[in-house]
Design a protein around this ligand. Structure first.
Ligand SMILES: NC(=O)c1ccc[n+]([C@@H]2O[C@H](COP(=O)([O-])OP(=O)(O)OC[C@H]3O[C@@H](n4cnc5c(N)ncnc54)[C@H](OP(=O)(O)O)[C@@H]3O)[C@@H](O)[C@H]2O)c1
Length: 306
């Protein structure tokens, strides 16, 4: 079967023929229909995350996938051949960008009928991280104001919709076509971060979702009300700065969680939210998908159709 492999940090990922994986007792073999990229894939390839997620080479790539159960392990399983499933694999294991992959059975989630494979594959990391940050950690509630950075990105496009559906007032940063996308997804106010300084346009917000880091994160402290919350998914926040501004700050570290993924998918279905797809490419055109993700310019999710 075919799989995207990486031979060493910094080298180009490539398509290779590899042995078909055999499920262990509690594994499920999934025939992959679609997989999506995340900036995580670029960071893993570059070796930036070696301290947290060390890879063993040659390493299979890809965490987020959707497909069909092909075969289950020897122990009794609640999964049956033909079930439509979605999952997030451990970054150190990878294997989503492949024709088949093994998934521990407790990491699988059934895909609701109204969701297709491309949409399902776009959800695990981005949607679940947005959910974890906004509701599990920040406790965002109806009537509050939230600023979402990179509103047209993978995480941001879900965050805008979740926050809007929860009754929060959403302000987002974006540029170019991304501004109209952010508005369409539910942002009441969109700031063009290329021509305007967001810190001089908004103030007293309850929650900031920082998907950019650096100067954007630093400036975000100043637009929160006292007692407000800065949620960053990029780098640990400056605690001294948080204290000086009288705000709370937290670094969100997303880990695979089937229960959360299931809840997020139900929210997408029940609120009729959309999965913003930047582009879909074939496994053979993985290079294009990888370069697009690395550009940092994607509007929504980049999907690899297998
Ligand atoms: N900690 C965790 O567990 C976790 C989980 C998920 C993601 N993350 C991290 O979160 C970050 C965002 O992930 P993602 O999937 O949303 O990335 P993404 O989809 O690649 O984000 C792309 C978007 O960022 C926008 N953008 C770039 N620079 C910007 C700026 N200065 N201000 C506002 N928007 C800007 C781009 O807009 P333009 O088109 O206008 O350039 C584009 O729409 C990444 O660093 C990722 O690794 C962390």
């Amino acid at each position: 079967m075919k799989s995207i492999l990486l031979n060493a940090y910094g080298e180009a990922p490539y398509l290779a023929d590899v042995a078909m994986p055999e499920p262990g007792a509690t594994d499920v073999l999934v025939r992959v229909a679609a997989a999506s990229l995340n900036p995580l894939d670029n960071k893993l390839q570059a070796g930036y995350l070696d301290g947290v997620f060390p890879l063993t080479f040659p390493s299979k790539m890809g965490t987020d996938l959707a497909g069909v159960v092909e075969k289950t392990g020897s122990l009794m399983s609640r999964w049956r051949a033909g079930d439509r499933v979605v999952a997030r694999l451990l970054p150190t294991e990878g294997g989503a960008f492949a024709e088949f992959t093994l998934v521990p059975e407790d990491q699988l989630v059934l895909i609701p009928e109204s969701i297709d494979f491309d949409q399902a594959a776009g959800m695990p990391t981005a949607a679940a991280t947005a959910w974890q940050a906004l509701f599990e950690t920040a406790g965002l509630t109806a009537g509050q104001t939230v600023l979402i950075h990179a509103g047209a990105g993978g995480v941001g496009s879900f965050a805008i919709q979740f926050a809007h559906a929860a009754g929060a007032r959403v302000v987002a940063t974006a540029s170019g076509d991304g501004m109209e996308i952010a508005r369409r997804l539910g942002a009441e106010q969109v700031i063009d971060y290329r021509s305007e300084d967001f810190a001089s346009v908004v103030s007293d917000v309850d929650v900031v979702l920082d998907t950019i880091g650096g100067e954007t994160q630093q400036k975000s402290f100043g637009i929160l009300r006292r007692g407000g919350k800065l949620m960053t998914v990029v780098s640990p926040p400056d605690e001294a700065l948080a204290k000086a501004h009288g705000v709370e700050a937290a670094f969100i570290f997303h880990s695979s969680d089937a229960k959360r993924l299931s809840a997020v998918m139900k929210e997408v279905v029940s609120k009729r939210l959309s999965v913003l797809i930047d582009r879909s490419v074939s496994l053979e055109s993985f290079d294009e998908a990888f370069a697009r993700q690395a550009s940092g310019r994607a509007h929504g999710k980049i999907v690899v159709c297998v």
